[in-house]
Design a protein around this ligand. Structure first.
Ligand SMILES: [Zn+2]
Length: 250
């Protein structure tokens, strides 16, 4: 079992050891999490996973920082406008916690490139904003039997579930068709709402890795950050799902 560097890390995580225990902290240290998307949602998740001491983070997100990112993408900053998002994010996370190994890819989620990242991960956080990438990631997770936290937000609304391939519904069970009305660029978002969704996603990953608490596997949680109304519903697999159903496995 990988050791927590000579007590230095135990001191760093002292306040959460009471919640997770030393075994839980070691499990985090041994874990690899793929965070697909480091915008308002995924960037917040990555920040808290790094702070919590996940041993290795694999991050994927393409492009450069533009001004409209800065209302929510808290790994980015004004000084780095026009520069690559990923290198800025990796530097920020290393600054936060040098004990975390961080692998950053300035890339979209494509089946051939993302497969080794999914394979290396104990759990994946889907924080992409567009459905083609979400579907590609979902298919990889089902194929490689890797759990995936499916976190999304739109306006003030947040939704979250955790996909355990073969046990709980996958993204295509829930949304069998591409969502044509989805507006990938320019959708409404307030940073605090995206950050709340990111915190929930990070918590799901921590719970899954440490075994503390109960995840939203097989449950869809919906939350309004405007009036704090929330509800959870049990969700079922679609036996005819084109991704995870009988004969439909990719
Ligand atoms: Zn499915």
């Amino acid at each position: 079992m990988e050791q927590l560097a000579g007590g230095v890390e135990l001191e760093r995580y002292a306040r959460q050891l009471k919640l997770l225990g030393e075994d839980g902290q070691k499990a985090l240290k041994e874990a690899t999490v793929l965070v697909a998307g480091i915008g308002g949602l995924g960037g917040t998740a990555a920040l808290y996973l790094a702070a919590a001491g996940v041993g290795r983070l694999i991050l994927a997100h393409e492009g450069v920082i533009v001004a409209p990112d800065l209302n929510r993408q808290i790994l980015m900053d004004t000084a780095h406008l026009g520069q690559e998002r990923m290198s800025t994010a990796v530097a920020r996370l290393k600054q936060l916690n040098p004990h975390v190994e961080i692998e950053g890819h300035n890339a979209r989620i494509e089946p051939h490139t993302a497969a080794p990242w999914v394979e290396a991960a104990d759990i994946v956080i889907d924080a992409r904003y567009d459905f083609p990438e979400r579907y590609a990631l979902n298919r990889l997770c089902v194929e490689l039997d890797t759990p995936m936290v499916e976190a999304a937000m739109y306006g003030f609304e947040i939704s979250l579930t955790t996909v355990i391939p073969g046990l709980t519904p996958c993204l295509e069970c829930l949304y069998p068709d591409l969502q044509p009305e989805w507006e990938p660029l320019g959708f409404p978002v307030l940073g605090a709402t995206a950050g709340m969704a990111g915190c929930l996603a990070a918590l799901e990953a921590v719970k899954w890795i440490t075994g503390v608490g109960t995840t939203y596997a097989g449950v869809m949680h919906r939350f309004s950050s405007l009036d704090f109304a929330c509800y959870s519903v049990r969700i079922a697999r679609n036996p005819n799902c084109a991704c995870c159903g009988e004969g439909g496995k990719p």
